[in-house]
Write a protein that binds this ligand. Sequence first.
Ligand code: ADP
Ligand code: ZN
Length: 220
Amino acid sequence: MIVIMLGAPGTGKGTIAEILSKKLEIPQVSTGDIFRKNISEKTELGKLAESYISNGKLVPDDVTVKLVEDRLEKDDAINGVILDGFPRTVAQAEALDEILKKTNKKVDVTINLTTPEEEIIERVVNRRICSKCKKIYNLVLNPPKENGICDNCGAKLEARADDNEETIKSRLKTYFEQTSPLVDYYNKKGNLYSATVSQSINKMGPDVANDIITYLEEEK
Ligand code: ADP
Ligand code: ZN
């Protein structure tokens, strides 16, 4: 099954993708995580990606598409993947359709997440990530048991370099200009599932993930 996680930064794509990945037993492919890994390893791709990411801009389509295409050819992707953060432009979505067509696959469901903008900024600024296992925390909504330490593996928590108020504003602008047209793109294909992830309506990531799983089971 090919699942796409669509949504502005900080709507909970990563959190929900992780739950779905365990439940559906297919890997989570996060382009953002792949770029960050390359940045920390100082690879050529990392150097290129960093210049865009630090400004809240998208990494160019050709680079990103090639990366995902290679990832989809790995053995563990044979039964499908959860695409977390890809596609992010119409050109990427069209390229993905072409890639999937070659192996007789298609996008089965696109999960479109929305969150009120004030909540997004608050959430992103308070987000912390485990430096080792990559588990996501929020200092206000979902703090670790011990300050600065991952509950899972004991490693240090850190903030992403682009999770500051200035960069998040630019990331949101990029989302509305370049990524939000994909809501319509997938809606027209008839495979869009929309959900609001919001503290103010008491619907956080794990609840939404459960709703999605129920929906997918009913669809079968
Ligand atoms: P978020 O959704 O919170 O912004 P991600 O980890 O998905 O976080 O992405 C972080 C950054 O990586 C993005 O702001 C962008 O610069 C880059 N990036 C991730 N996915 C893509 C993509 N599909 N196309 C281009 N750039 C991407
Ligand atoms: Zn950890």
